[in-house]
Design a protein around this ligand. Structure first.
Ligand SMILES: *[C@@H]1O[C@H](CO)[C@@H](O)[C@H](O)[C@H]1NC(C)=O
Ligand SMILES: *[C@@H]1O[C@H](CO)[C@@H](O)[C@H](O)[C@H]1NC(C)=O
Ligand SMILES: *[C@@H]1O[C@H](CO)[C@@H](O)[C@H](O)[C@H]1NC(C)=O
Ligand SMILES: *[C@@H]1O[C@H](CO)[C@@H](O)[C@H](O)[C@H]1NC(C)=O
Ligand SMILES: *[C@@H]1O[C@H](CO)[C@@H](O)[C@H](O)[C@H]1NC(C)=O
Length: 813
């Protein structure tokens, strides 16, 4: 009985297997919705694709142009096979030999003709069993217990599908143009203030344009209070978001295929598919007036309605690259400095035209003539915008971006041109012969153009040789790297520490008073004078240049002094002034420091010569690193207690080095009255914690640091007290913060420009300045629990240092 069941069941299995073998090959191309481990999809077989079980979506190689293929998911039944997702949008693969494989180790990789990995899902070592295309358009990798370990829904490109969760880490980024699937410039994402926005992030500028930048979140019907940052489109065509961006498609209801796409013209649109025709209908769009999208027409370009939106160049300008509006327009003349030769320029009025943002100055309530004078006197000014609101508002412009024409614009733009350019006095742009249809960019695909096909075929043989050689190379490399690693691991680090100790014992030592007297030539050259003592320059017997500090009052016992000094002596960080020794004799207490050549920050920041932006950022970052080290990394926890520009020294490269740390205890700054008065010597930098008699924590340094970075941005002392009319006293700082907060609240785009030191003439990085001001303000919060830690400040400043490096485009204007 038993054996019979066994035989029958095994014969069933055998039968199923035979049926599988017989039918599988014939049906493999068409209606397969999953891929087993160990198998792959090939670019050559155009039936080799996955189809969702209800046939809505197809996944496979999507060909563009002659020979560019993208591993994609598209709508099976839309007329032009609309793409919903792409794996390799910036790196198309060849139409021969490329394949997508699901390896047994779980790796899901797209390889090009030469076997190089173009794209890969991060799933090695997760025991993937199959890749499956679901009915909602999600490509998932499942492990043997059926759990999803990777899904394409987590990596959207320009399209969001129903049920795809849109969260804080995700972005929809437009394609470059029609048929050009590379990463474009328009982004839809949750901004850091929790609000969904559209941003143009182009090669020259980045600029928010939706929701309306003239209002805050609430003014736009949104909220920035909910930090969950989650949004979703559902089956009914309802979009719901934690920032209250809720909308319905105009055809809400079940059974309709929809997509929300960040289009390459900068608009975000909800589309519905008409099954019969295979065409899409727009059911909702974010931007009503397309010309209010920023960045559309590039530098100097103007978006006009003819009546459909087109790009146009102002008179005297021409398209920089006739095939690409992203490059904008370039002047056909060389610039004339109008303050030197005012009679050689003229202003041409362009009605209803404005360039959004990038105002170099704003003067409310002045006449058109004075506004013209302002622009004339400024060589850098290329145009001004004059708005007939109130008494007339004047905005001078150095850069012209986000140009648009709108019948609703209550004013005009006056373009500064050399007299020699012939134009009428008033220009009305309306579909002039300069226009060109938006988005008609040529398809330029790096890898797959037809001409490379032949060279590729020839390359293949070489590739094998190369890859053989490179395998050997890689193995060698592995030994090399791991060898290093071992050295570093096993002996490197301890050796370094050991060396550190040796250096300490060698260089950190006790000096006699006579030695130091000789080194400083009897305390001749005074370098500075601070609360804790007077500093002199000296040269030691071994020719090291040093700064010797004579401590003023030294009523510490020898033991305490010794203990404190040896702690300071062990602290070694590039942003902290190194202490090399001390002198402890009955009547004399001196400290010996490394000599820092460029003297203190105040001498550079508040004096006649201007410290450049890069140096300022370097000082902000370096000082933060030094303090973070003192607060978080040192063996002994050190609070500086007296952070101020006088205590930030600059070396030859303008790398900051904090001095006088650890002296708080040394000069015995306990809170008796006489000491308080001395601390008040730098009270502009003092946290309110001192006055409130709160226990002193590292947050007092954070406060002082905040004052310093705001001073770095503004270039003036903010710690000074100013007397308002009557007895009202406030610091320059309080006044400054009020102004900044007000500007930020009304979201004036140009708030940063208004704040940053005018002496820089606009040569600064906006991202960095913004971050510094934001940090500065949170650092000087009365409530110390709201102040950030130095660690977090370093982290963020490093990111925006990197951001600027990557873009390699410190926006200078
Ligand atoms: C499948 O993934 C789930 C979730 O990651 C995990 O708990 C489970 O152990 C995995 N199963 C196998 C067989 O690896
Ligand atoms: C934030 O938004 C999410 C998603 O819309 C919602 O579930 C949650 O209740 C909201 N939280 C608050 C505090 O409103
Ligand atoms: C969409 O419309 C339905 C009624 O047609 C309404 O009940 C629902 O609240 C709307 N949803 C949104 C997000 O506006
Ligand atoms: C541009 O011209 C068209 C007709 O040629 C007209 O309908 C439209 O109002 C004009 N636009 C502006 C801004 O003048
Ligand atoms: C438009 O074209 C005509 C001739 O084709 C030319 O004379 C005119 O200057 C052009 N318009 C502008 C604004 O350049």
């Amino acid at each position: 009985m038993r054996s019979q069941t066994l035989t029958s069941s095994s014969s069933t299995i055998f039968l199923v297997f035979v049926i599988y073998l017989c039918f599988c090959p014939s049906s493999s191309g068409n209606l397969k919705n999953f891929l087993q481990t160990g198998s792959s999809l090939s670019v050559e077989d155009d039936k080799d694709m996955l189809t969702s079980s209800d046939n809505t979506f197809t996944c496979g190689f999507y060909g563009v142009g002659e020979n560019a293929y993208y591993f994609s998911i598209w709508f099976t039944n839309s007329k032009d096979k609309t793409v919903a997702w792409m794996a390799n949008r910036d790196k198309p693969v060849n139409g021969k030999g490329s394949k997508l494989s699901l390896h047994r180790d779980g790796a899901f990789v797209l390889t090009d003709v030469d076997g190089s990995i173009t794209w890969e899902a991060n799933t090695r070592t997760t025991y993937v069993e199959r890749a499956e295309l679901l009915d909602n358009g999600n490509l998932v990798l499942k492990n043997s217990s059926g759990k999803v370990v990777w899904q394409s829904f987590d990596f959207p490109t320009d399209t969001l599908l129903p049920h795809q969760r849109f969260t804080k880490s995700k972005k929809l980024i437009s394609i470059l143009g029609r048929g050009n699937y590379g990463t474009g410039y328009f982004n839809f994402f949750f901004d850091t203030d929790n609000v969904l926005r559209l941003v143009y992030d182009g090669p020259d500028i980045s600029s928010v344009y939706w929701p309306n930048v003239d209002f805050d979140a609430f003014g736009n019907g949104r909220t920035n209070f909910n930090s969950t940052r989650i949004a979703m489109l559902d089956d009914m065509g309802w979009f719901l978001s934690s920032d209250w961006l809720n909308f319905n498609g105009s055809d809400s209801g079940f059974g309709i295929r929809r997509r929300l796409t960040m289009d390459y013209d900068g608009n975000l649109r909800l589309y519905s598919l008409n099954i019969a025709s295979g065409l899409w209908t727009i059911r909702w769009e974010a931007v009503r007036q397309l010309c209010s999208v920023h960045g559309l027409c590039g530098r100097n370009g103007i978006c006009v309605y003819t009546p459909e939106p087109k790009c146009s160049c102002p008179p005297g300008y021409e398209m920089a690259d006739p095939s690409n509006w992203n490059k904008g327009c370039k002047p056909r003349f060389s610039r004339i400095c109008s303050s030197k030769s005012p009679q050689q320029v003229k202003f041409v009025k362009m009605r209803y035209v404005d360039f959004y943002g990038f105002d170099s100055s704003y003067s409310p309530g002045i006449t058109l003539e004075s506004c013209k004078m302002k622009c004339l006197e400024d060589c850098q000014c290329n145009a001004f915008s004059y708005r007939l609101t109130g008494d007339g508002n004047c905005f001078t412009k150095v850069e012209l971006f986000n140009g648009y024409e709108s019948p609703n614009f209550p004013g005009a733009l006056y373009l500064k041109l050399p007299l020699s350019i012939e134009t009428s006095e008033v220009i009305v742009l309306n579909g002039t012969n300069h226009t060109c249809k938006l988005g008609e960019t040529t398809v330029t695909i790096g890898l797959g153009s037809s001409s490379t096909l032949e060279t590729r075929a020839r390359r293949v043989t070489w590739v094998y040789l190369y890859s053989f050689a490179s395998v050997i190379g890689a193995i060698e490399m592995l030994f090399f790297v791991s060898g290093w690693w071992f050295l570093f691991r096993k002996s490197g680090i301890p050796a370094m520490v050991e060396e550190g100790y040796r250096v300490l014992s060698n260089h950190f030592r006790k000096f006699s008073y006579m030695e130091l007297k000789k080194a400083t030539k009897n305390f001749q050259e005074e370098l500075g004078r601070g609360a804790s003592g007077v500093v002199f320059k000296g040269v030691l017997a071994d020719e090291r240049v040093v700064a010797v500090k004579k401590l003023g009052d030294a009523h510490l016992t020898e033991e305490v002094f010794w203990a404190e000094v040896s702690i300071i002596g062990k602290i070694n960080h590039m942003n902290l002034v190194r202490m090399w020794g001390f002198c402890l004799e009955p009547k004399h207490r001196l400290l010996v420091y490394e000599y820092v050549e460029n003297r203190s920050l105040d001498k550079h920041l508040f004096s006649g010569n201007v410290l450049g932006w890069n140096e300022r950022f370097k000082v902000a970052l370096g000082t933060a690193k030094g303090l973070a080290y003192l607060h978080h990394e040192c063996l002994e926890w050190v609070i500086h207690c007296d952070v101020k520009p006088e205590n930030i020294l600059l070396d030859g490269e303008f790398e900051p080095k904090i001095s006088d740390f650890g002296l708080a205890k040394l000069s015995e700054r306990d809170r008796n009255n006489s000491e308080m008065s001395r601390i008040r010597g730098t009270k502009g930098y003092m946290a309110p914690d001192w006055a409130l008699n709160l226990p002193i924590t590292a947050k007092v340094d954070v406060y002082s640091y905040g004052v310093v970075i705001l001073e770095l941005v503004k270039g003036i002392r903010l710690s000074h007290w100013v007397v308002e009319d009557g007895d009202e006293q406030e610091t320059e700082l309080t006044r400054f913060i009020k102004v900044v907060k007000r500007k930020m609240q009304v979201e004036e785009m140009a708030w940063v420009e208004d704040i940053v030191d005018k002496r820089l003439n606009g040569h600064f990085s906006r991202i960095q300045a913004e971050k510094m001001v934001e940090f500065g303000i949170s650092c000087v919060d009365e409530n110390r629990s709201k102040r950030p830690t130095m660690d977090s400040i370093v982290q963020t400043l490093l990111e925006c240092e990197d951001a600027v490096k990557i873009h390699n485009q410190i926006r200078e204007w």
